[in-house]
Design a protein around this ligand. Structure first.
Ligand SMILES: [Zn+2]
Ligand SMILES: [Zn+2]
Length: 331
């Protein structure tokens, strides 16, 4: 671990949080592999739970000593996009631990983290909720919920979730919570398929089974009302377009950073709606926390590893080998 200067309050609505738990995320892996390029030496990490140790006089929603969780990004609360509730597209939005391109905000895989616009970025951890679970509300479960929300999944719908990493598994739970009657969950990793099954989905192996045939069987040949691409790969997007019914919705929540080909002929002839982008976690976090506190959403089975922050290098290697779902690190 490297020594870094202690973060100091710079603005009236800044807060400093002493990090007590921080996660390793799939998007950290994109940086690890250089698919997303950031400056060397930048602190990674955008999932954190901890205690507020300092707060500017403009911070009213939380105070010193509060146990809080952070959203993965900050938003100003007053620009055109924030006023519309599109906090994820804030003109001054900054993502923790993603380098200069996403706002130069140092990450949370550290002992302390500076949090801008703390009134919006932080939430108190509901009483009785574990660190491990709370960590999910500000990123992974918030993103799973966003994927389902933007897909417009309603009670009685049939959904497909492609890719059962942590976000995909959270999307399975979210689809269930939204009332989906059938959820087809597709991946290649056996444990992930079993976990999705435990959450109420029908597991389908991507290569040993035939996902398109499985969707046809489940929907009387029609296709799912909505498909969530939780992979961020052209093959997943193509499969999503194939298995979604006419006039259905694709929710592409996996990360895309490059130019890819989309079969627009299929999208067009089926009149599909394509929803994309980062998750509006700030917009969803209160609802997600309420559902988690009530047990409607429960990300705790996804925590497979706990490691000290000093072993971050090993944590990234484990995560990269897809041996872990969520690694929670403790400074
Ligand atoms: Zn993340
Ligand atoms: Zn804004």
């Amino acid at each position: 671990m490297e020594e870094r200067p202690e973060p100091e309050l710079l603005e009236r609505d800044d807060a400093v949080v002493r990090v007590e738990a921080t996660g390793v995320c799939g998007s950290d892996l994109h940086i690890y592999h250089g698919r997303v390029v950031i400056e060397p030496g930048f602190t990674l990490g955008h999932e954190f739970v901890g205690t507020v140790t300092a707060a500017g006089d403009g911070v009213t929603a939380v105070g010193e000593g509060d146990r809080v969780l952070g959203c993965y990004c900050s938003a100003c609360g007053s620009c055109f996009f924030c006023r519309r509730g599109d906090f994820h597209k804030c003109d001054e939005g900054r993502v923790f631990g993603h380098g200069q391109a996403l706002g130069s905000l140092q990450g949370a895989q550290a002992e302390q983290v500076l949090v801008p616009h703390a009134n919006l970025t932080l939430r108190k951890v509901p009483h009785g909720m574990s660190h491990d679970a709370a960590l999910f509300a500000g990123d992974v479960m918030g993103t799973g919920w966003h994927a389902v929300d933007q897909a417009g999944i309603r009670p009685g719908d049939c959904a497909a979730v492609l890719g059962l990493g942590p976000v995909g598994l959270c999307a399975v739970q979210a689809a269930k919570a939204a009332g989906a009657a059938k959820i087809i969950a597709v991946d290649t990793v056996e444990e992930r398929l079993r976990m999705a099954e435990g959450f109420g989905a029908e597991p389908v192996h991507l290569t040993e089974e035939d996902p398109r045939a499985a969707v046809k069987r489940a929907t009387g040949g029609r296709g799912v009302d909505a498909a969530v691409d939780a992979v961020g790969h052209p093959d997943a997007l193509e499969l999503a377009a194939r298995v979604t019914r006419k006039a259905g919705t694709i929710s592409a929540i996996g990360v895309y950073a490059e130019r890819i080909e989309v079969h627009m002929g299929i999208v067009w002839i089926k009149a599909l709606t394509l929803k994309t982008g980062h998750a509006n976690v700030i917009g969803h976090v209160d609802r997600v926390l309420t559902m988690m506190a009530a047990g409607v959403l429960d990300p705790s089975p996804l925590v497979t590893h706990r490691m000290p922050l000093g072993e971050a290098e090993e944590a990234y290697a484990v995560y990269d080998r897809r041996e872990a779902l969520k690694i929670v690190m403790t400074p």
